[in-house]
Design a protein around this ligand. Structure first.
Ligand SMILES: [Zn+2]
Length: 335
């Protein structure tokens, strides 16, 4: 009888373990001890003034349970201030945060480099400057939204965590827009009509996705597949202007198509590979608990997204040089 009662009792909440030097800390700081468990586990005394405990999959709140193959290393129940400080704590989000933070710096540096060196050397027009600024700005927004989500997903408030998740998705749409803008602009450089048609349709689709995100069901588990389908169609729509562009250029024999089409294919290959990792949770699915900190699918997805954006940016520079050096063919102007 006693045994049954014992098992039916919920376990007591974890009690903060107060380190001896905590007694010397000001009272104001001690108040935050309600929300975190202080302890020696994963304690980084130099970088974080107060340790942030890591939790196992079973201990985290439901809204953080997305990947059962990542069994440990979760930050949870943190106030905003400690979410920010946790950037220096080794957790299962460390690689996710830093990969896109470095990605942000990469695209920021590329923007500075483009504006000060690449575009002036290429004799770029004002339009070129605008297009590259938009493209790289979108990539930077995408990176920062992702950093924000991975930093604040462990917030003690579910509402705050979900808001950041929504922003992460909005960031992905913005990143996709950043691919479309220079792609469509340079592919249809010689045909203003189709350039406008595709830019407007892409913009309309991105806006539609933004509005879909406001739907209360958008972030729920039930909409998991629909969410993936929405982002896949947003990316796959790019095949429509690509095929149209090949057709307008008279097929695969044209020099322009031969130069640029393989680059589009590589971009889609990286995107498909990234999405495959994202959706399949491979490789941690086969090594549950062994890739908690390094080597998990989401980390591969992050790195491939940076690689894809970088590849596409370099391709846009390539096609811009081509367009500046070669006159517009008549068949494109009249199409
Ligand atoms: Zn992410």
């Amino acid at each position: 009888m006693h045994t049954v009662l014992f098992f039916r009792q919920p376990p007591p909440p974890p009690r903060p373990i107060v380190r001896p030097d905590d007694f010397t800390m000001p009272q104001k700081v001690l108040k935050s001890a309600h929300y975190i468990e202080l302890g020696s586990y994963q304690y980084w005394p130099v970088l974080v003034p107060r340790g942030i405990r890591l939790y196992t999959y079973d201990q985290i709140p439901g809204f953080l349970k997305e990947n059962p193959y990542i069994t440990d290393g979760y930050r949870a129940y943190l106030p905003s201030r400690l979410c920010i400080k946790s950037i220096f704590v080794l957790s299962n989000e460390t690689v996710n945060i830093w990969s896109h933070l470095l990605g942000f710096f990469l695209f920021f540096s590329l923007e500075v480099y483009d504006m000060t060196a690449v575009l002036p050397a290429a004799g770029a027009s004002r339009e070129d400057y605008v297009i590259y600024s938009i493209g790289l700005f979108c990539f930077q927004v995408c990176m920062l939204c992702s950093v924000g989500y991975h930093l604040f997903c462990c917030h003690r408030s579910e509402k705050t965590s979900r808001r950041w998740a929504a922003l992460d998705y909005a960031g992905i749409s913005t990143g996709i827009l950043g691919c479309y803008v220079p792609g469509v602009f340079y592919a249809f450089y010689c045909n203003n009509y189709w350039r406008q048609v595709y830019l407007v349709t892409v913009l309309a689709m991105i806006l539609a996705v933004f509005f879909a995100q406001i739907h209360p069901q958008f972030l729920t588990q039930q909409w998991h597949r629909l969410r993936s389908a929405i982002f896949c169609s947003l990316a796959a729509y790019g095949l429509v202007p690509t095929i149209h562009w090949v057709w307008l250029n008279g097929g695969f024999s044209t020099a322009m198509v031969q130069a640029f089409f393989p680059r589009v294919l590589v971009m889609y290959f990286i995107a498909a590979l990234a999405f495959l990792f994202y959706i399949s949770k491979v490789p941690e699915r086969y090594f549950p608990g062994q890739l908690n900190y390094l080597g998990a699918s989401h980390q591969v997805w992050h790195i491939l997204v940076v690689l894809m954006f970088y590849w596409w940016h370099q391709s846009a520079i390539y096609i811009m040089h081509y367009r500046h050096s070669e006159p517009c063919p008549n068949y494109m102007l009249q199409a």
